[in-house]
Design a protein. Structure first.
Length: 259
């Protein structure tokens, strides 16, 4: 917590956080624009913010994109905010992340989806929730994730009727931190005819919470799959967060469950 206070004490670093609050997913070069600081100075401030857990960076191709992580600030607030107010703060933080995800999707030249959430659980618990078929049915609105999570293993999302709704193949599986697999929705003929897209999931501990990042990309322009998963993933991930934190999934009609 001392590192967080130290990082927030500098006005330049607060300015960087303000920039990331307004627009997430900025490269170092984009962050430098409009700031009265050298590139080297901004880089040093980012290193302090990342060490404090206030900024997280994600590699996308040759670029390194920076995002605000509000979780440490939420941990500081635990000392002064009652549990009911704290729940409201966490809800607002999740809402901000969802809105930033949609803004990032609109901004990127290549069609893509990105969602960041913070779950009060262990990385192992989140990994099990994501990979275990029986557990996944509890929050994925009746669908189950079927896969043995070895490289090149088939991935399938199975409906309550036993039919395969989504299929793919495992590209990478690093327990309990990272999953990468391909994705094709089969329940719609037009979406089934599209090229496979790619899902990358990272699980990172952030103090008492876990940062869960879901990136779904590889869509062709005009893809029908993209708007479908842009509606489906937030609902599924919200249900996952709810069941891990409260034991209860959220309610959702089955029509939007195949992500």
């Amino acid at each position: 917590m001392d590192e967080v206070f130290k990082a927030l004490a500098d006005a330049h670093r607060r300015t960087i956080l303000d920039r990331l609050h307004g627009t997430g997913g900025l490269t170092l070069g984009a962050l430098c624009e409009g700031l009265a600081m050298t590139r080297q100075a901004v880089s040093k401030h980012l290193a302090v913010l990342e060490a404090a857990g206030l900024v997280t960076a994600v590699k996308r191709g040759r670029e390194r994109l920076h995002y605000l992580n509000p979780a440490p600030i939420g941990e500081i607030s635990d000392r002064w905010i009652g549990k009911y107010d704290r729940a409201r703060v966490e809800a607002l933080a999740d809402l901000k992340q969802a809105l930033e995800s949609r803004a990032e999707e609109t901004r990127m030249d290549t069609p893509s989806f990105r969602h960041v959430s913070y779950i009060r659980a262990t990385p192992e618990a989140v990994w099990t929730a994501l990979t275990d078929e029986a557990f996944s049915r509890r929050y994925w609105f009746g669908y189950g994730v079927r896969c043995d999570w070895t490289r090149d293993a088939p991935f399938a999302l199975i409906g309550a009727d036993g039919k395969v709704a989504t299929e793919g193949k495992v590209i990478e599986a690093e327990k309990p931190r990272r999953l990468v697999f391909t994705w094709r929705i089969l329940v719609d003929a037009e979406m089934a005819a599209e090229p496979e897209s790619r899902v990358a999931i990272s699980i990172e501990p952030r103090g008492e919470v876990v940062q869960l990042v879901v990136e779904h990309d590889g869509f062709a322009p005009g893809s029908r799959t993209l708007p479908s998963i842009s509606d489906g993933w937030p609902a599924v991930l919200s249900s996952l967060k709810s069941i891990l934190e409260t034991g209860r999934p959220i309610e959702r009609t089955a029509s939007a469950c195949a992500a």
